[in-house]
Design a protein. Structure first.
Length: 490
């Protein structure tokens, strides 16, 4: 049956419900994200430290561990530069300890995640969804467990999801002005600076404008994106000495050498399986509504499918790689909900449908704190039942404590595991050698503090403890200088 027009009751009541639903979802999502930013010191993957926080710490404070990507030049400096700017602002505000500047940076990323959910609302509206349907779709992203979990982490996926969704919302809006289109295309260009894979959306924008026969708009977008490509190359030229150096090294490592397979491989079904495991209700509802809205927003659907398929075909997979399309997925769900709601002119039914969708998101938020690594597709074969939160958190907090010790002249982490799975100098914040478990022994005299486990807690004075890990001060008057100390991450 054809869609029926809303009754006068609808037109007078729906805007208030839509506004209230959107504000409440964004507010609750922001609270959950900021709370996580201030309480979780764990790691999902080392990239959230060594691709952003640690190089930023090196820019601002002059020291930090250097990952291989920043030796070979496989990353550009856009993300570390952004984080360094935030770190410098925090420093200027007097937040010059790890608890201060890390909380400031994580809080910023948490709010970026909230603004990304708002972008889902705007993108759904650009594709014709009414305010109530768009708000319900956005609530799925604002309240879903996976976006909440990843939000505070200083990763390129999180940083770039915001310009992706807002760039598309502005550039694809009906009757967008030249200025609006230029701003939207610029946001997509920025998204590529933050994460190279977002080039898919730039190509997609040009294809969609061409499919609409908006040739002038396509030409303008192409010119703006070309300008951002120039900035990408220039940034590499200034930092790595060659135009587009980071893009070439990154693509060669991942596509030619398949270097990412060293961190594990997974079948194409990985992403669908993990999304269902991590947030089953949200995934099923968003998928069902997206199928309903597929024809009405086929351009948006094509972008989502293209990004998803290209990532599913890559051998190495991590759930975080899909973060940039989750806001698009929520927007498409909002469009689908609008199609469903258009079949009803009774306000109560339309409101009930929107609230049911939002309730699914709320249900996911309620259980978000129970996520395990197995549910988010990480360490599936080694420790799937371990909580996904605060992993390495105790060690990181002890690093922060150690960095405040006035007599600190060297530290070794004796706890098993690689140094990459700790917070490095971003948490330690002390310009002295930091050794990992395979480093020199206590008899070397190169360090006077250790972070260790109870079974190795001998020959020293306990200074602090955190969930089974101990910080000990060794009975040494000082440290022997280590002229061969390397700032390279092992």
């Amino acid at each position: 049956m054809p869609p029926t027009a809303p009754t006068p009751e609808d037109s007078s009541s729906e805007p208030y419900l839509a506004r209230g639903l959107l504000v409440l979802a964004l507010l609750l999502g922001a609270i959950l994200r900021v709370r996580l930013a201030l309480t979780d010191d764990g790691l999902y993957w080392p990239d959230e430290i060594y691709q952003s926080l640690e190089p930023a710490h090196r820019l601002v404070f002059g020291y930090g561990l250097v990952a291989w990507e920043f030796v070979a030049g496989a990353r550009n400096w856009a993300l570390p530069g952004l984080v360094a700017g935030l770190m410098q602002v925090a420093r200027g505000l007097g937040l010059d300890t790890p608890g201060g500047y890390l909380g400031f940076i994580k809080g910023f990323f948490a709010l970026v995640g909230t603004a990304t959910a708002w972008g889902s609302y705007r993108l759904a509206r650009s594709y014709g969804a009414g305010p109530l349907a768009a708000a319900a779709g956005a609530s799925l992203l604002a309240l879903a467990s996976v976006p909440i979990y990843f939000a505070p982490r200083a990763m390129s996926e999180n940083a770039s999801a915001l310009p992706v969704v807002w760039g598309l919302a502005l550039a694809l809006a009906p009757n967008a002005s030249r200025r609006t289109l230029a701003v939207g295309a610029s946001l997509l260009g920025l998204a590529v600076l933050l994460r190279l894979q977002n080039g898919i959306f730039c190509v997609g924008l040009l294809a969609l404008l061409a499919a609409r026969r908006q040739w002038r708009a396509a030409g303008l977008a192409l010119g703006v994106l070309a300008g951002w490509a120039f900035l990408f190359g220039l940034l590499d030229r200034l930092t790595w000495g060659e135009w587009f150096h980071s893009a070439r090294v990154y693509l060669e490592f991942n596509l030619v050498q398949q270097g990412g397979t060293g961190w594990g491989t997974a079948p194409p079904s990985y992403y669908s399986r993990v999304l269902l495991r991590a947030m089953k209700g949200v995934t099923l509802v968003a998928t069902g509504l997206s199928l309903v809205g597929l024809w009405r927003a086929r351009g948006l659907a094509a972008l989502i499918v293209s990004f998803y398929v290209l990532h599913a075909l890559q051998p190495h997979k991590e759930l975080r790689f899909l973060i940039p399309i989750l806001p698009l997925f929520a927007a498409l769900a909002g469009v689908g909900l609008e199609v469903v709601m258009a079949e009803w002119k009774t306000y109560r039914i339309r409101a009930a449908l929107a609230l049911i969708v939002a309730a699914v998101g709320l249900g996911s938020a309620v259980v978000a704190g129970n996520l395990t690594f197995g549910q988010i597709g990480q360490y599936e074969h080694t420790r799937p039942q371990v909580s996904a939160y605060d992993d390495s958190g105790p060690i990181n907090r002890l690093l922060a404590v150690a960095g405040q010790r006035e007599d600190m002249c060297g530290l070794k982490i004796e706890a098993p595991g690689h140094l990459a799975w700790t917070g490095g100098y971003s948490y330690f914040h002390r310009r002295v050698p930091l050794y990992w478990s395979q480093g020199p022994d206590r008899g070397s005299g190169l360090f006077n503090y250790v972070i260790t486990v109870p079974e190795l807690a001998f020959g020293g004075q306990q200074v602090a403890q955190d969930h089974g890990f101990l910080l000990l001060r060794l009975a040494l008057p000082g440290c022997t200088p280590d002229p061969g100390y390397s700032w390279r991450l092992p």
